[in-house]
Design a protein. Structure first.
Length: 117
């Protein structure tokens, strides 16, 4: 049985393409903002993605968690760093964010990443 994260990664490209067709200006505008903010600067791309993951957890955004776990890994973060960033989010917001820790683990698993201690 596929996990929610596996289903998300399988369906996301099609869903995003539909959004591009239906709302091209919104997608283009957000894409420009994303590219401008998430490039390396005073912070590395990896650090920015770890921050984005933590924020995604605190606002309880499943797609954000999946996508930023993926982007963290692409930016060079290890699974251990991803899990530590998730732990910091829990420390900052407590129980509601704690319930999203399994989603982070699930996303790592869906991306084929081994969880490190």
């Amino acid at each position: 049985m596929a996990s929610d994260s596996e289903k998300f990664f399988a369906e996301w490209p099609t869903r995003l393409e539909k959004a591009k067709v239906a709302m091209p200006d919104a997608v283009k505008g957000f894409g420009g903002l994303f590219q401008a903010v998430m490039k390396a600067g005073a912070l590395s791309v990896r650090d920015k993605e770890l921050i984005a993951l933590g924020i995604g957890m605190t606002v309880r955004c499943d797609p954000c968690i999946n996508l930023h776990v993926q982007k963290c890994l692409e930016a060079g973060a290890t699974p251990a760093q991803v899990l530590e960033a998730a732990s910091v989010a829990v420390m900052m917001q407590g129980g509601p964010t704690f319930t999203y820790l399994p989603k982070v683990v699930e996303a790592l698993e869906a991306l084929g990443e081994k969880k490190e201690a």
